[in-house]
Design a protein around this ligand. Structure first.
Ligand SMILES: [Zn+2]
Length: 414
């Protein structure tokens, strides 16, 4: 077998169509990304991918090497040294057995993250990065086919050691499962894949009407608007921070949650949605607009950028207003910031209030922007005994059921 080298190409879109062109290395031995030599002149074709070419016998085989120059270079070096080793072995008369179907964990992780990026699922991309990194730190194996059940258990243990709760471990388990499944790992096999760790599902926490009244009374106009955006529109923390005046349809009293690519903000699960604005919130918004006629953001910073400190401000407000629970770890900690006060709880209160006031599940799902109705259903909670008392009182216990239903069944025994 001839000793043929592995070559790295930039497979790119040229005016003549898609072509493989030899890459250009800079003086620092790094790839000059997108650059190729054409008729002795260096030109750039921005659209393309890297491809490795190696030979099996006399047949050229092209392998995708991604779009990142440093990764393509690393892959090229690895394949080149492998090829040298193989040629040496062949020359020495050894039989070389290779398995080209093996999938590297790191490479599969990059593809998985890239896939999220292509779908513009930015939140999923962030989680994919985190979980694959966390897993690789624990697993320390090279190929997907080397992973065994014990690696998954070790991953669970490592997360718990770092202080992750049962719910977080279960969520990361599912994210890891989705990644490994995409890489061809058999997650359906009980011998290879353990079940998700169990955790007890607790009802979403909501604020009581008394708490809502108290925090609104303590808030300045800015924080009152922040609280109202959570409580009356059910906005997520990030949606609130990126809310713009132009998202309000003043004529139809509708708030539109939408993607803001210019601010690198994408709505979770890509679910853009319309939410009705109650008349009291609409008038609060009108007043705020009069106070801030020039800004783009509804609750931005002084420089009109997304305010990243809304949560902290809410906690300080609750503390100053004497609304801390005084019992939780947060209250007892140095900062004295109560764990019971957080923005997302306003969103939970919004969903629960809508459902309790007879808005149907499908509609609440749409307003909340849930991809799955099961998520919305978690906000259905039994009424408190106090709330249900008037309904229970109104029941006619004696005349409420027909005679037929109340008569005991007669059984004849011979
Ligand atoms: Zn507390």
């Amino acid at each position: 077998m001839a000793n043929r080298k592995v070559t790295l190409y930039w497979f790119c879109k040229t005016p003549q169509g898609w072509r493989r062109k030899a890459i250009v290395l800079g003086s620092n031995n790094r790839i000059r990304h997108t650059h190729v030599i054409e008729n002795g002149v260096e030109v750039s074709y921005p659209t393309g991918r890297y491809e490795l070419c190696r030979y099996e016998g006399t047949k050229p085989v092209y392998i995708d090497a991604g779009t990142h120059p440093s990764e393509a270079l690393a892959l090229w070096r690895k394949e080149s040294s492998l090829s040298v080793a193989k040629n040496e072995a062949v020359r020495a008369g050894a039989k070389v057995v290779t398995d080209e179907k093996r999938v590297e964990i790191r490479r599969a992780a990059n593809l998985y993250i890239q896939d999220c990026e292509y779908r513009r699922a930015l939140e999923a991309m962030g989680q994919a990065k985190l979980v694959t990194e966390e897993f690789m730190l624990v697993c320390r194996k090279t190929y997907i086919d080397e992973i065994v059940k014990e690696d998954i258990y070790r991953f669970h243990r490592a997360l718990r050691d770092r202080g992750c709760g049962d719910r977080t471990v279960a969520n990361k388990h599912l994210r890891l499962k989705s990644f490994l499944h995409s890489a061809g790992f058999d997650t359906k096999s009980a011998a290879l894949w353990p079940p998700a760790p169990k955790y007890s599902k607790t009802l979403p926490e909501v604020y009581s009407p008394e708490q809502v009244t108290a925090i609104l009374a303590a808030a300045d106009p800015y924080m009152r608007l922040v609280i109202e955006l959570g409580l009356k529109l059910g906005l997520r923390d990030q949606e609130m921070a990126h809310a713009e005046w132009q998202d309000i349809d003043w004529t139809h009293s509708v708030y539109r949650v939408r993607n803001k690519p210019q601010m690198a903000f994408m709505v979770k699960d890509c679910e853009e949605r319309d939410i009705p604005i109650s008349s009291d919130l609409l008038s609060s918004l009108r007043q705020a607009r009069v106070r801030h006629p020039e800004t783009k953001l509804i609750v931005g910073t002084k420089k009109d950028t997304p305010n990243r400190k809304l949560l902290r401000t809410l906690k300080r407000l609750a503390k100053a207003a004497g609304l801390n629970c005084t019992q939780c770890d947060g209250c007892k900690g140095n900062l004295g910031e109560c764990e019971q006060w957080y923005l997302h709880k306003l969103r939970a209160t919004y969903a629960t209030t809508l459902l309790r006031n007879g808005v149907d599940l499908r509609t609440v799902q749409a307003y909340m922007g849930h991809a799955d109705i099961a998520t919305t259903a978690t906000y259905l909670r039994p009424a408190s005994t106090k709330e249900a008392l008037s309904k229970v009182d109104a029941i006619d216990w004696c005349g409420g059921l027909s005679k037929l239903e109340t008569e005991p069944a007669t059984v004849t025994v011979n």
